[in-house]
Write a protein that binds this ligand. Structure first.
Ligand SMILES: N[C@@H](CCC(=O)N[C@@H](CS)C(=O)NCC(=O)O)C(=O)O
Length: 335
């Protein structure tokens, strides 16, 4: 039996790139396979859901969902750990990972499919990956199809006329705050990558490959740009930093984008629990309205999981006070 893990993914998929960065950092033997025509039959053997990444294990099992994939691998391959030893930092790292997967993905997906220039550039890259070796002419009908289909799906991440300015402001604020935090360290928690780095860097990296978001990043956030690129093949350069230092430096980011994300996530979970078809709330003082469908159920589940993780952190006044000051605590403590 082969000892190699196989990752079926796409260069365009942030969750796939996240999983690949993780396998690289941990030096877990793996093979990266694009899910295109050549691999489709093999991919289908392992994919319960039609998503990437899908990992085929040496035991011939299929794994999906980047977060549980990484958690399962951490148990099998503990070193070098992506969990900071300090329990407060460990939780903050999990919070930032969830933030990246859910809110960072809104940033990325919104910019990717909002404007024509990004739609066209992305559709071309997606089709080139699906049809290796095809000419522009051969690809053109498919490019149009993908552009039409995907731009119509922008609402899936909650992007619409009402929320568009909130998402764009959050992105700009977020990368500005990360730029300050990363002025003093190569990774979010110090000298080595943590759980949170993998989740957040992958979304920002995907955004950076698109014209509009990429332009904003290159112009306004050179350190964030260097970080998300470093995260494609990260290596430990030092230790995780002490909790006091990291908590102080991350406070503005928690108090802005992370608080806004949790406000949204709690309202989403509430709408699902009530069986509503639409959610309405305020994010960053602005109205947020979106329809609630299948993908939002996934978010409600992952918030529940984050709350479970928070519930298992050993009692820590420092962490509780930080989360309280930044307006995050109330959303993490609710049942
Ligand atoms: N929660 C999943 C999300 C995976 C996901 O949404 N993947 C997207 C690409 S980024 C996908 O496969 N979309 C459908 C498709 O490409 O066919 C994870 O963390 O792995």
């Amino acid at each position: 039996m082969s000892e190699i893990y196989r990752i079926f993914g796409s260069e365009m998929s942030p969750y796939s790139v996240k999983a690949r960065s993780y396998f690289r950092y941990k030096q877990i033997p793996h093979e990266w396979l694009l899910r295109n025509g050549e691999q489709l039959e093999e991919y289908k053997k392992y994919a319960r859901l039609p998503i990437v990444p899908t990992v085929a294990t040496p035991e011939d099992e299929g794994l999906q969902d980047s977060t549980p994939i990484m958690e399962a691998m951490e148990e099998k391959f503990p070193g070098p750990s992506i969990y900071p030893d300090d329990p407060d930092l460990r939780f903050l790292s999990q919070l930032l990972e969830e933030f990246g997967d859910e809110w960072g993905n809104k940033w990325m997906f919104h910019y990717r499919w909002k404007r024509e220039v990004d739609q066209v550039a992305t559709a071309k890259r997606l089709v080139a990956e699906m049809m290796p070796g095809a000419t522009e002419e051969q690809m053109a009908p498919m490019v149009n199809q993908v552009q039409e289909r995907m731009s119509g799906r922008i609402g899936v991440v909650g992007s619409n006329e009402t929320t568009s300015p909130v998402i764009e402001r959050s992105f700009k604020e977020g990368i500005g705050l990360l730029e300050e935090h990363l002025a003093h360290r190569p990774y979010l928690f110090g000298g080595r990558p943590s759980f949170g780095d993998f989740g957040l860097a992958a979304q920002i990296n995907a955004a950076s490959t698109d014209p509009t978001a990429g332009g904003i990043l290159r112009e306004s956030a050179p350190l964030v740009s260097a970080w998300h690129e470093r995260m494609l093949d990260p290596s430990a350069e030092g230790a995780f930093e002490p909790a006091e230092v990291i908590c102080e430096s991350l406070e503005p980011f928690l108090n802005g984008p992370v608080r806004h994300f949790l406000t949204w996530s709690a309202a989403n979970a509430e709408a699902i629990a009530q069986g509503s078809e639409e959610m309405q709330t305020e994010v960053d003082g602005q109205p947020w309205v979106q329809s609630v469908g299948g993908p939002q159920k996934y978010h409600a589940k992952s918030l529940k999981e984050l709350r479970r993780k928070f519930g298992s952190v050993p009692d820590s006044p420092a962490l509780t006070n930080l989360l309280d000051r930044t307006g995050c605590l109330r959303w993490l403590s609710e049942a």
